[in-house]
Design a binder for this molecule. Structure first.
Ligand code: F6P
Length: 344
């Protein structure tokens, strides 16, 4: 068989481990493995492919990013894009395609499966908000990065008696903010699922000051709304091919920091962790699960389970239809949010 692999959407630590999982399993089975470059962009126009031999899977387990490249290209938004994808799959003589990505990338894979494409998926997003799976590749590393950053910010915040507002990724959900904040001992965590009023934030910070804590660390997910703070849309108003604005341009942490400093009269600083959360070496946990779902994806190819993908449930690998991924986002449950509040 000739098996194509693509990685689409934002990169996440562990993608290479997943590529290696699919590829090594396929090579052991005597298949040819073809890398589709830069996500769906590699299947439009003339197509962009690379043959992946055994050497290419060496030394990539611990490597961040994706050796195949990625993009947010959406063939569904391009005139004739759907036909180009189908044509290129044929031209490259691919018997199967493994699409590794989040809800955007997988929504295209679901369309492809519905139109007879031999495709299986692998769920990935450092946001960890795909509803069908308990875990997405990249999340564990991102949480560790946030926790490490908070450790560092604690010492400087304490030395200067400042409020630190730390912005982390999380467009619609606050998994990285909440888990990173829990692990790093944040004094307040703001997530998109729960709108908090500015007065509550100020009240919380004042209470800390009154109880002798003269510094505070606030973790804020980039997609948060704060009642009482004028919302800033993505500065340039641009959206990507899947309709998402670049939320880092909203500058929610900076806006909040300015308001806090004004209201509280306490020196406040902002740190935006940005892409450091998802660049670089994957954690052992991410490597292990990426390897497991990668190998499982190849097994779905073997059984010709088109339109399916491996997911993590209750500590084991199960399978689910790719189409289910886009159905609903997995939001942070209220009890976890309440748990974090115990430590405020
Ligand atoms: O979708 C994953 C994600 O990391 C989001 O949390 C974030 O909003 C977005 O990607 C950033 O994307 P880009 O890499 O295009 O700046």
């Amino acid at each position: 068989m000739r098996i194509g692999i693509l990685t689409g959407g934002g990169d996440a630590p562990g993608l290479n481990a997943a590529i290696r999982g699919v590829g090594r399993r396929a090579l052991a089975h005597g298949d040819t493995v073809i890398g589709v470059k830069n996500g769906w962009a590699g299947l439009i126009g003339d197509g962009d492919f690379m043959e992946l031999d055994r050497r290419l899977f060496s030394g990539i387990l611990q490597l961040g990013g994706t050796v195949l490249g990625s993009s947010r290209t959406n063939p569904m938004k391009r005139e004739g894009g759907r036909e180009e994808v189908l044509r290129n799959l044929g031209r490259a003589e691919l018997d199967a395609l493994v699409a590794i990505g989040g809800d955007d990338t997988l929504s295209v894979a679901a369309w492809l499966a519905d139109h007879g494409g031999p495709v299986v998926g692998v769920p990935k997003t450092m946001d960890n908000d795909l509803s069908v799976t308990d875990y997405c590749i990249g999340f564990d590393t991102a949480v560790s990065r946030v926790a490490e950053a908070l450790d560092r910010l604690h010492t400087t915040a304490a030395s200067h008696h400042r409020v630190m507002v730390v912005e982390v990724m999380g467009r619609d959900t606050g998994w990285v903010a909440l888990m990173g904040g829990l692990a790093g001992g944040a004094d307040l965590i703001l997530i998109p699922e729960i709108t908090v009023a500015l007065d509550e934030i100020i009240d919380r910070l004042q209470k800390r000051l009154q109880s002798g804590h003269d510094f505070s660390i606030i973790v804020v997910a980039e997609g948060v709304q704060v009642a009482g703070v004028t919302d800033q849309q993505a500065a340039d108003g641009k959206v990507d091919a899947f309709g998402h604005a670049q939320l880092s341009k909203r500058g929610v942490a900076e806006t909040l920091a300015e308001v806090i400093e004004e209201r509280l009269g306490h020196e406040t600083r902002t740190t935006v962790l940005g892409h450091t959360q998802r660049g670089g070496t994957p954690s052992a946990y991410d490597r292990i699960w990426a390897t497991r779902v990668g190998v499982a994806a190849y097994d779905l190819v073997l059984s010709k389970s088109w339109g399916m993908m491996p997911v993590v449930r209750n500590g084991t690998v199960e399978t689910a239809p790719i189409g289910d991924v886009a159905r609903q986002q997995r939001r942070v449950p209220a009890d976890l949010y309440e748990l974090a509040k115990i430590f405020y």
